[in-house]
Write a protein that binds this ligand. Structure first.
Ligand code: RUQ
Ligand code: CUA
Length: 652
């Protein structure tokens, strides 16, 4: 029976996919009116109205696009090494990728979220999760760089992350997989009742944005999938969708689909704060990395933290309530008023909408429908606000436009469906090409969505683009939602798999964008802020080169006295103080990437020459008319040589 049910679902899924692909093949792109083209046309030299920060999924990075044009501006390296920007290659950023498992040069990043003040986007930071080796990163939007990464202990497949509360009090991160907490050697088939989940609350310093793992809530051994914060009246609560309330550990596609309903867990984090104040937490030993990039030293440090405060949801009344939600819910979204919490059951065709005020009433009346590991379960009917009926197949995620409409993606029937909050009637639907996952309305996860557009992020594109071998590009699609009916405006390719995105009015970000690093404030240990301080120092077989760069030369550009077996550190400072004049540097045979150094910044790479000879280095970034002259030589002598160390610029 179980197997049969699973096969049926798989069959439906495949059929729907084929059907929608065929449709796309026939109708294709021709239907776009010329007004659609005008709506996405941003004339040369003009700026886009919105920034879209699109996660890279298995690329581990975050891409920055303009909307409505779909133009790609930057790929910000976050969890994965990036040779273009020396991220994780230069000595300064390697500590950013440190974890309790050592140096981890890759991750899977899914959900970006922008910092908020009073429930509105403030354009200071983007937070994003690393799923695989649980981490949360912070990107500073004054520099568009990752400036902080914190590892999450007691977590695995950090998926219901990273979502911020109304004043960025916390960035919240929930575990997808439940695991033994603390980790230990035990049989997998003893999962039930022994494995646990954890929901982490990372505080964000209101002044400097510094992150700290404030506390974790220990939960039953379900899978925690997505989360969204309460807002307005529900500020102080965080909602997490769960699946696998069956607590199964194998053949999950069948075994975790047994229960008619799983849950949305409503976590009262204000209550959690009270419990913390009252000392009702347990301090657990832990081991997790906290990595911070310092903008003055241009250098990251990694500190291992050894403890975490834990609150046990089974033992602390009023901390967590469970809202029954049909059919393995995936998305968990809260409307701009904070009253409605939408749970999309992947295996259901209806959307379930819970009411926050009804939830509070049911809690006050202590009307419970059982409990799970001591956590009260509310009755489905008591908390139900309504449901959007038969809206499509395979609902995943919902966003809101701020005008009383919800928009939900349907993976299996490949469409975005627009419905009315309150009456729950479907008012429009538009196909996606194909298999849409998340969608994003700029500001859609806040009290004040900007509306105007919805961006659908598609898993499969098949015939939409020129073929590029077995893998076709992943894709986003932009719809105009300013009218009654949605209108498809644009397809554009994305980097990696676009899981989710966060969009914001460009004006809230662009004024704050930094133009240069002030050379006088450069506190890098090996900075060379004037040509007078250029030098090369030997310490045993370790050699430190204090080098500068300015249009269009390196200083020094001739170095002699290096020997095979030396470990040569090039500490290179870009003396430029003009906007948009980075220089690069690369060395033949260096077992690392180039450096791309911003004005006023210092970076370091290591070179271990293996061969005798005279070896060139050069600038990699086209910086001036004489960029091609920006080059130099290092003479490498045999290990036994006694040639004196010397360096020069412009000498004969
Ligand atoms: S997920 S396609 Cu990793 Cu956000 Cu739903
Ligand atoms: Cu400096 Cu090219």
């Amino acid at each position: 029976m179980n197997k049969f049910r699973f096969l049926m679902l798989a069959l439906i899924a495949t059929t729907m996919l084929l059907v929608s692909c065929n449709q796309g093949g026939n109708s294709s792109n021709g239907a776009l009116s010329s007004s659609a083209a005008e709506k996405v046309y941003v004339a040369p030299g003009e700026h886009d109205e919105f920034y879209a920060f699109v996660s890279g999924g298995f690329s581990g990075q975050l891409s920055v696009y303009g909307l409505p044009s779909g133009r790609l501006f930057k790929v910000i390296p976050v969890f994965s090494q990036d040779a273009e920007k020396a991220w994780g290659y230069n000595e300064e950023t390697k500590p950013m990728l440190n974890t309790s498992h050592g140096f981890i040069p890759w991750d899977d990043s899914h959900h970006p979220d922008i910092s908020q003040t009073n429930g509105e986007l403030d354009g200071r930071f983007v937070f994003i999760n690393g799923n695989n080796t649980p981490r949360i990163a912070k990107i500073d939007l004054s520099v568009f760089e990752t400036t902080e990464i914190i590892e999450i202990p007691n977590s695995a497949g950090n998926h219901s992350s990273a979502f911020v509360t109304e004043n960025t009090e916390y960035v919240v991160a929930g575990t997808r997989f439940s695991v033994p907490i603390p980790q230990r050697d035990m049989p997998i088939n003893e999962y039930k009742g022994n494995f646990q989940g954890s929901l982490s609350f990372i505080s964000v310093d209101p002044e400097d944005g510094g992150m700290d793992l404030s506390f974790q809530v220990l939960m039953p051994g379900f899978d925690y999938d997505l989360a969204h914060p309460g807002r307005g009246a529900s500020h102080g609560w965080m909602f997490f969708s769960t699946y696998n309330s069956e607590e199964s550990h194998s053949l999950m596609e069948v075994n975790a689909s047994q229960n008619d309903k799983d849950f949305i867990a409503a976590v009262n984090w204000k209550k959690a704060e009270e419990y913390i104040k009252e000392g009702k937490f347990q301090t657990m030993p832990a081991n997790y990395a906290h990595n911070v990039y310092d903008e003055e030293t241009h250098t990251a440090t990694s500190t291992m933290k050894k403890e975490v405060r834990v609150l046990d949801a089974s033992e602390l009344p009023g901390l967590v309530y469970l809202l029954p939600t049909p059919k393995s819910p995936h998305g968990c979204d809260v409307d701009p008023t904070g009253e409605y919490i939408v749970g999309n059951g992947k295996l259901s065709s209806d959307l379930t909408v819970h009411s926050f005020s009804k939830m509070i009433q049911a809690i006050e009346n202590e009307k419970f429908d059982g409990e799970a590991y001591g956590i009260p379960i509310l009755s489905f009917e008591d908390v139900l606000a309504g449901s959007v009926k038969q809206a499509g197949l395979g609902p995943l995620h919902t966003e809101f436009d701020g005008n009383g409409n919800g928009y939900t993606t349907f993976f299996i029937s490949s469409e975005v469906v627009k419905w009315k909050v309150g009456t729950w009637e479907v008012v429009d639907r538009q196909p996606c090409y194909y298999s849409v996952g998340h969608l994003m309305i700029p500001g859609g996860n806040s009290r004040k969505p900007f509306g105007k557009y919805v961006l659908a992020m598609n898993k499969i594109t098949k015939d939409r683009y020129l073929p590029t071998g077995p893998e076709v590009t992943q894709s986003a699609q932009l719809y105009d939602i300013s009218g009654e009916k949605m209108e498809l405006l644009l397809d554009f390719p994305t980097v990696g798999e676009p899981h989710y995105a966060a969009g914001i009015a460009a004006d809230l970000v662009k004024e704050r964008s930094k133009k240069i690093y002030n050379l006088e404030e450069n506190k890098h240990k090996y900075a060379t802020t004037s040509d007078a301080n250029v030098k090369v120092e030997r310490n045993g077989n370790e050699v430190h080169v204090y080098m500068t760069m300015i249009r269009s030369h390196f200083n020094p550009d001739n170095i002699e006295g290096i020997k095979v077996g030396d470990k040569v550190y090039f500490h290179v400072t870009n003396l430029e103080q003009d906007y948009d004049v980075p220089h690069g540097v690369s060395m033949i045979g260096a077992n690392t990437s180039e450096l791309l150094i911003m004005p006023g910044q210092t970076e370091t790479f290591v070179w271990e020459p293996k061969q005798v000879g005279v070896w060139p280095f050069y600038c990699t970034d086209f910086c001036s008319a004489l960029h091609q002259e920006m080059q130099g030589y290092v003479r490498v002598s045999p290990a036994s040589s006694n040639i004196e160390l010397s360096w020069s610029l412009g000498e004969d």
